[in-house]
Ligand binder design. Structure first.
Ligand SMILES: [Zn+2]
Length: 63
């Protein structure tokens, strides 16, 4: 599922989007989310680098 408009600094690495948004406590979280239909990969990380690494290493089962 694509990231929604709350996310800032959204980039795309292959089928995966990485974006930054405040969580419910107002702290930044970094999310990697695959846009491929039926994949469903989405995960939150404490650092932008970790989220981008996850995006680069995501092996999408749909492709
Ligand atoms: Zn995927």
């Amino acid at each position: 599922m694509p990231l929604n408009r709350r996310f800032r600094r959204v980039i795309r690495i292959g089928p995966v989007q990485v974006g930054t948004a405040p969580d419910h406590r107002g702290r930044e979280k970094h999310t990697a989310a695959c846009t491929a239909p039926r994949c469903g990969f989405s995960a939150d990380y404490d650092s932008r680098a970790a989220a981008e690494l996850a995006a680069r290493t995501h092996r999408c089962p749909v492709r």
